[in-house]
Each structure stands twice: as C-alpha cells, then as structure tokens.
Design a protein around this ligand. Structure first.
Ligand code: DQA
Length: 144
C-alpha cells in the first residue's frame, strides 16, 4: 500500500513558526515520525511539502493510479482553495485531511475547509500524531 503525504505552505517551518500552536518539532522530525510509522504499519509513504498551491494540485492529480491514499495538510490553502477541493474530487484517491492545530479553537476563518467535503475524514488538533492517525485510518479503509 502506497500513501502520499502532502503538506502545504509554511509547514517546512515547523519548530520555528508559532511553536505555541504547532509545537517544537521540526518538519524533519515530522518526516521521521511518518517514516517510522509507515514501517510499523507496513505501508510505503512518500512525503512532500510545497508553498505553492498549483504544485499541490499537480501532485493530487498525479496521485491517481500511483498511490492508494493521500494524507493532506493543505495548511492555509484549506481555508481558501476551491482548486484543491476540485483536485481531490477529480483524482478520486481516498484522502484524509490533517491539521496539527485544533481549527475549531482558532480564528473563525480557520473553521472553513473547502477540501473537507472531498475527504473521507478530518483529523485535527492532535499535533503531529494526527498524521499517524490519518495513515492508520486510510490503511483501515483501504483494507476493507
Ligand atoms: C494548519 C492550520 C491552518 O489554519 C494553517 O494555515 C496552517 C497549518 C494545521 O496543521 O494546523 O498552516 O493546517
């Protein structure tokens, strides 16, 4: 089973950006956590990050036929991007949305997620562990 783990803008700055919200662990720590968990649950995981919306669209489209599932943290594009929603709908690759922080406890504009309606589930407010939970969920769903 092959999972694509996609991260949107500013997630490369984990550990530096707003540690009171996103924690002290770096993006490289996140990648190591995901890789270790992938090995534990016997899935392949490819991890990517970009600050560019169009590249996320390209990667979601390109996942069709290449990956069994997507774990997607669109970061700020969550709250603005119909293009990402359309990409997930078009690609038809089972996708779980992840957010490190608890969007319900933050500014009102963060409660809107365009991509959510195309996703099988949303995991939010669980820190970096949320990515691992999303991987477990996808594995369960794909094994059904
Ligand atoms: C985020 C939440 C978004 O509102 C924010 O723009 C991010 C990260 C999260 O993981 O909590 O960059 O997606």
């Amino acid at each position: 089973m092959k999972l694509l783990i996609l991260n949107g803008p500013n997630l490369n700055l984990l550990g530096i950006r707003e540690p009171e919200i996103y924690g002290n662990k770096t993006y490289s720590d996140l990648c190591k956590l995901i890789e270790a968990h992938a090995a534990d649950i016997c899935v392949e995981a490819e991890i990517r990050q970009t600050n560019h919306e169009g590249l996320l669209v390209d990667w979601i489209q390109g996942a069709r036929g290449c990956f069994d599932g997507i774990v997607l943290n669109p970061a700020a594009y969550t709250h603005t991007s119909v293009a990402l929603l359309d990409a997930v709908l078009a690609a038809q690759v089972p996708t779980v949305e992840v957010h490190i922080s608890d969007l319900k406890q933050r500014e009102p504009f963060r409660r809107i997620s365009y991509v959510r309606e195309a996703c099988l589930a949303t995991v939010a407010g669980k820190g970096l562990t949320g990515y691992l939970e999303a991987m477990d969920l996808l594995k369960q769903i794909l094994n059904r």
